[in-house]
Design a protein around this ligand. Sequence first.
Ligand SMILES: Cc1cc2nc3c(=O)[nH]c(=O)nc-3n(C[C@H](O)[C@H](O)[C@H](O)COP(=O)(O)O)c2cc1C
Length: 134
Amino acid sequence: MVTLSAEAKEVFGKNKVFAIATASKNGIPNVAPIATVQLVADDTIWIGDNYMVKTLANVKENPFIALYVWDPEKKRCFQIKGTVTVKTSGAEYEKIKAQIKAKGPHYPAKGLLILKITDVFDCTPGPNAGKKIE
Ligand SMILES: Cc1cc2nc3c(=O)[nH]c(=O)nc-3n(C[C@H](O)[C@H](O)[C@H](O)COP(=O)(O)O)c2cc1C
């Protein structure tokens, strides 16, 4: 099991909008701004799907996702990679749907992407940049 360190979790918590990178089966990259991103366990991130188009199409044919978290105050950065399962029913989906609808009933809450973390890299500018840490 690959987990986020206490430091990476702290940096994660400072981010409001995440750049969610995916790729099609043929390797065409895509990046999308997504705010509904939450750490639900040390190794698991939930991503709420309201309006995804290419992101959703990509993860259905290629489950890999990458994102980064950045702390502008202390200048710390982590790249997080993992694989995604898409849920549109079941207890986990119902939970995020309720959270999203509580923020605004107009949000479609059409799905949940469950990201299991497989790799964490340091992306802080400096000597450790690019090093795999988890
Ligand atoms: C600040 C910001 C936050 C957003 N948060 C979400 C979100 O939490 N969930 C979502 O599905 N779309 C969200 N969007 C909208 C997506 O970025 C938008 O639907 C985009 O087209 C998705 O990319 P894709 O079409 O390549 O999948 C957000 C957009 C912005 C600008």
